[in-house]
Design a protein around this ligand. Sequence first.
Ligand SMILES: Cc1cc2nc3c(=O)[nH]c(=O)nc-3n(C[C@H](O)[C@H](O)[C@H](O)COP(=O)(O)O)c2cc1C
Length: 325
Amino acid sequence: MTLLTDTGQQQLEIEFCGLPFATPLVLLSGCVGFGEEYTRVSGFSNRDAGAVCLKGTTLEPRLGNPPHRIAETPMGMLNAIGLQNPGVDHVVSAILPALDFTETRFIANVSGSTLEEYAEVTRRFDDSPIDAIEINISCPNVKEGGVAFGNDPDMSARVVEACRRVTQKPLITKLSPNQTDIAENARRCIEAGSDAFAVINTLMGMAIDTNTRKPVIGNNQGGLSGPAIKPIAVLKVHQVYQVCKSHDIPIIGQGGVTSAEDAIEFLVAGASAVGVGTALFYDPLICGKINAGLIAYLQSHGFQHISQLTGSLSLNPIPGTCCTG
Ligand SMILES: Cc1cc2nc3c(=O)[nH]c(=O)nc-3n(C[C@H](O)[C@H](O)[C@H](O)COP(=O)(O)O)c2cc1C
């Protein structure tokens, strides 16, 4: 799909935790299966993304939640898949060998119900060709672990510490927006050894069928993604960046990206890379278009390289305290 010129392509190449990304775009966990999902779609190429993040993986296989698992909402969707996956051993022995590591970087997405499970899944991925490991302490769709860990800075730090002990690979912590102080949580995770952050995971939501007066989603509640959450995600990236910038810790900004302009918002707020998830469901070829839009923006605004945008936000002066009303 990529129609970029060599010069344009070079303007998008970044280094993320020491890994070369061909573009700052990352295909997000849960939206691309185990990296092969869209490769049958004509015109789709994993090369249009700097990295592809695999579906959340646990120690044992999981069947996931009862249906319905997804519901469309205004400007987004709710999902409660419940981490359906074949278990880490299957991913490492049967799925990773079939991926083409010359096309892009592949990132594992690790989940668990206990500290020990997070550490063990991370250890098994450490012993695999995977390029980096994302710890999902923000999944809202499972009873134990997930967001229950991610909303508590102490627990978040303990999960990161436990995973850090068993891998030298880049460790990306995926933060939840469903918490009081995301910046404090980020600070604690950096101390515990996180190399990078993914900001944000989905926000908890509910949809009700007015005929049955029951929740539409089998799990009753689900994670809201898509354009509806973008302004929240941009603010969270801005807040986490305030902690990260002095430590040189990069952020994958995500939540509702559907265009180059959306991606630029995240970069300006402080992200070094930008995730694309829900948008892939209705336009699997969207990354090629976003890459082209990013290059056009750089060229029309006189930037040499995409990294110049990271954290380039210029805040308005506000006299007194902040007011939203
Ligand atoms: C159907 C679906 C499944 C998801 N599964 C996972 C997952 O397994 N692990 C994870 O960390 N995030 C998961 N997510 C969250 C996405 O990776 C992403 O952080 C979120 O959807 C926000 O980005 P978006 O608005 O571009 O989709 C899932 C999202 C969707 C829509």
